[in-house]
Design a protein around this ligand. Structure first.
Ligand code: HPA
Ligand code: MG
Length: 219
């Protein structure tokens, strides 16, 4: 996928008041704007699934990066199971899960921990693997993960990230499949969290100063 195929989300030209859509009442004062409504996210995920189905033939291991990737993963897999390629065939898929942690509050700590046993990693040898991530911000996490996987002789490894942040801190990492390019803001919802809050919000929103303060990790 070429970056010209990503949907560019802009804070001003592309946002909705929180009154425009349903928001859980416990978050009403914690978000400022809805950047991407849930329905639009689902339409975009369906299109990514169609592109993916058209580009693979052999069994694909779809690997969810927990926890943030889980909603994108669940919806993507749902579409992958339904859609067929040009020959009318479904793509055989296997599911896997990995936990990669690098964040505390909203700035990168630079530390990345990957949780997958040697045995689990070795079982990926010779397979087509699609890593499913919620957001590429600095790119550090994904570069570490992809480098780590190189030693395990996978047949192929591609990355699907629903969001890529336009940030000067990016290391230039570009995923193979991308839903939206988003502004350099801390965003939450659709499983993107702020210290584990907002995973139960379906729309992608910018966080308000109130929310930022309320849910910050107390030092
Ligand atoms: N929101 C939530 N999680 C994130 C973000 C963000 O903007 N960037 C990197 N991880
Ligand atoms: Mg993530």
């Amino acid at each position: 996928m070429d970056p010209s195929d990503w949907i560019d989300v802009n804070e001003d030209s592309f946002s909705y008041k929180i009154e425009h859509f349903n928001i859980p009442e416990h978050y009403l004062e914690d978000v400022s704007k809805i950047l991407i409504p849930h329905g639009l996210i689902l339409d975009r995920v369906e299109k990514l699934a169609r592109t993916i189905v058209s580009q693979y033939t052999d069994r694909l291991v779809v690997c969810c990066v927990l926890k943030g990737g889980h909603q994108f993963f669940a919806d993507l897999v749902g579409f992958l199971k339904k859609l067929t390629n040009k020959e009318g065939k479904h793509l055989p898929i296997a599911l896997d899960f990995i936990r990669v942690k690098s964040y505390e509050n909203d700035s990168s700590t630079g530390k990345v921990q990957i949780s997958m046993t040697e045995k689990e990693l070795a079982s990926l040898k010779g397979k087509d693997v699609l890593i499913v991530e919620d957001i590429i911000d600095t790119g550090k996490t994904m570069v570490s993960l992809v480098n780590h996987l190189k030693t395990y002789e996978l047949k192929s490894v591609k990355i699907a990230s629903l969001f890529v942040k336009r940030t000067p801190l990016s290391n230039g990492f570009i995923p193979d499949y991308v839903g939206f390019s988003v502004p350099d803001l801390f965003i939450v919802g659709y499983c993107l969290d702020y210290n584990d809050y907002f995973r139960d919000l379906d729309h992608v929103c910018s966080i308000s100063p109130v929310g930022q303060k309320k849910y910050a990790i107390k030092q």
